[in-house]
Design a protein around this ligand. Structure first.
Ligand SMILES: C[S@@+](CC[C@H](N)C(=O)[O-])C[C@H]1O[C@@H](n2cnc3c(N)ncnc32)[C@H](O)[C@@H]1O
Length: 589
């Protein structure tokens, strides 16, 4: 006979696999495909795992309805939506087992337990937690070490209140012999109290609970009041208290199954345990798993919020604490809501969400950005290649997507090299190179970039290896190669893909007028460019030829990445041709 008592629940109105179309957003368009799923003759296929379309939407409490009526500013209203509309309730079956056995049983029942992303299949039962020390006291009592006047026939303690009273009588003349244990009976442990504090105080960036599991108890279970008296209002034992227990959440397919319908492995656990130990605490219970807004992934929330047919923005670039979106026109009416979801789902790493509002048109290559959510600071710190870079996206250029390319370039430098970075920005190439090479000359036209370049050199303790310049790229090339420095420079980096090829004319005649028998240095030039042509390599080569007025030979041309459909970023590396350096005509600066 199976002695384990089952909790029989009233049939719930919840249909396990109904689709609920959440009316989440005033401007969400009707979703015909969702609605059609309500039609009665539609047969649905089982889809595994939690989804906003499955589960039950909890009814609103009067308090929630009231808070919605509170006044919001226009801006708040634009950015907000009711997060509670994303709460979903799932009904599951679980084995309630003694806490000490749960890991062994979890192993044994592998394959039959809930396997949902981010939901642990072992859950605590609120209120029945008991500390190890208290349990020892309990066990001792069970083993008959203590007087068992109040013990029931099956060895269980009938009343903890009576037991406590008995212990009180046993005080020795000092009165404290057993006080330690007694205190534990009625006082929550330190650990527990700490947890509560954390929970109460959580705000802003702190992680919130994204799911809770509650046991659905039958009414009128004995012993509840007694346990409440001992363990406080939190206790929701309902049944005879047996110490700490855990819930092993069963696979969602068993949510509405009766014991007989469960797989043999689960039945075996229940039957064996009960046979071996009549006081077995293992039982099959029904429970309620609630998943909150914080549970769902960014795409799941956005899918529910945005009208059908709109592409769900799924990716963004990260620069330090800033998420940088590139929203399409169709997203613009929902930009604030999208930004809020991006922020919520990527906190605390992301603190600010911005959108690029226009193409880059200015010389300094700074992006026109609009802050959509979070704090307004565009000053951030990026870590690349083990180095730290302070960046202000409002005034300087930064592109994290070029990190791999920068690595590739750096790997071609060695400790004897001297690098000349013509368009250095805040220094991702120049400062990283300074770690490897003998010396770096770094230049940028943007005074803000140069300011950050200097600060970043100091931040990374490399300022002694870097000399910083703030001038136009052509003047810089000319200044470098008409000075003594020319003899040492081994690499020139020109990363201004829109125009760098045209700046190659600055190399024409840099050694003009100098005696040819002198030892000259012909550095490697690494120039970046974009091309939309059908043959991007040929196109870029042509641009270089026009600027140099020579055909550069032995050019190593590489496609760095596709920056837009049909538009490549390229890098051409070649040795400065002697004929260019000694050319008679020079550009007018
Ligand atoms: C594409 S960014 C590259 C910055 C840096 N190399 C990086 O990878 O982040 C180009 C840089 O060239 C600078 N720049 C634009 N025109 C310039 C010019 N005529 N002379 C010197 N620097 C210039 C811009 O201010 C910008 O910082």
């Amino acid at each position: 006979m199976v002695a384990t008592k089952l909790l029989h629940l009233k049939p719930s109105s919840f249909l396990p696999f109904s689709i609920f179309y959440p009316k989440l957003f005033p401007f969400s368009l009707p979703k015909p495909s969702f609605l059609s799923l309500f039609s009665s003759n539609q047969t649905q296929t089982f889809s595994y795992g939690p989804s906003l379309h499955k589960g039950k939407v909890p009814p609103k409490t009067p308090f929630e309805t009231q808070t919605q009526i509170t006044h919001q500013s226009e801006e708040e209203e634009e950015n907000s939506f009711d997060e509670q509309r994303f709460t979903r309730i799932f009904h599951l079956a679980a084995l309630r087992v003694p806490a000490n056995d749960c890991f062994a049983l979890e192993n044994r029942l592998r394959g039959h337990l809930l396997n949902w992303p981010r939901v642990k299949n072992i859950a605590r039962v609120p209120g029945d937690e008991i500390e190890e020390e208290m349990m020892t006291l309990f066990d001792k009592r069970k083993d008959g070490e203590e007087n068992d006047e109040e013990e029931e026939e099956d060895g269980e303690i009938e009343s903890l209140v009576l037991y406590r009273e008995k212990l009180v009588k046993e005080f020795n003349y000092r009165g404290f012999v057993k006080f330690k244990n007694l205190a534990k009976i009625s006082r929550p442990g330190k650990k527990k109290r700490k947890e509560k504090k954390w929970d109460e105080g959580r705000k802003g960036n702190e992680r919130k609970e994204f799911s809770i599991v509650e046991v659905l108890e039958e009414e009128g279970e004995g012993g509840e009041e007694e346990m409440k008296g001992l363990l406080g209002e939190e206790f929701k034992g309902g049944r005879k208290w047996k110490g700490s227990t855990r819930l092993l959440l069963l696979d969602e397919r068993y949510g509405d199954k009766r014991l007989e319908e469960l797989p043999q492995a689960i039945k075996a656990v229940l039957v064996e345990e009960t046979r071996e130990n009549r006081a077995s605490t293992i039982e099959l219970v029904r429970c309620k798993l609630t998943l909150f807004y914080d549970y769902w992934q960014m795409n799941e929330i956005l899918e529910a919020l945005l009208p059908e047919g709109i592409i769900i923005p799924s990716a963004f670039e990260t620069v330090g604490h800033i998420a940088h979106l590139n929203l399409r026109d169709e997203h613009i009416p929902y930009k604030n809501v999208i930004a809020k979801v991006v922020l919520d789902k990527n906190k605390p790493k992301i603190q600010t969400v911005v959108n690029k509002i226009d193409a880059i048109h200015n010389d300094y290559r700074t992006m026109p950005l609009e802050v959509l959510a979070g704090n307004c600071s565009l000053v951030t710190t990026v870590v690349e290649n083990g180095l730290r870079f302070h960046v202000d996206l409002a005034t300087v250029y930064w592109n994290s997507r070029l990190a791999t390319e920068r690595q590739r370039l750096l790997s071609s430098f060695n400790r004897n090299d001297v690098i000349c970075d013509v368009f250095s920005g805040v220094g991702p190439i120049a400062i990283s190179a300074a770690k490897l090479v003998k010396r770096v000359y770094a230049n940028d036209l943007n005074p803000f970039a140069v300011d950050y370049l200097e600060r970043n050199s100091v931040l990374n303790k490399l300022e002694r290896k870097i000399k910083v310049f703030n001038m136009d790229g052509r003047r810089f090339i000319n200044a470098m190669f008409s000075s003594e420095k020319a003899h040492s420079i081994t690499h020139v980096v020109m990363n201004l893909p829109n125009d760098a090829a045209e700046f190659l004319d600055a190399f024409r005649g840099v050694y003009r007028g100098q005696p040819r028998d002198k030892e000259f240095n012909f550095p490697m030039i690494h120039v970046y460019g974009f091309s939309k042509a059908r043959d991007p390599e040929f196109d870029f080569h042509e641009r270089m030829r026009i600027a140099l007025q020579e055909v550069a030979v032995n050019v190593d041309m590489r496609r760095v990445r596709l920056v837009a459909p049909g538009k490549y970023m390229l890098c051409a590396s070649f040795k400065l041709p002697e004929s260019v350096a000694f050319a008679k005509c020079m550009i007018n600066l």
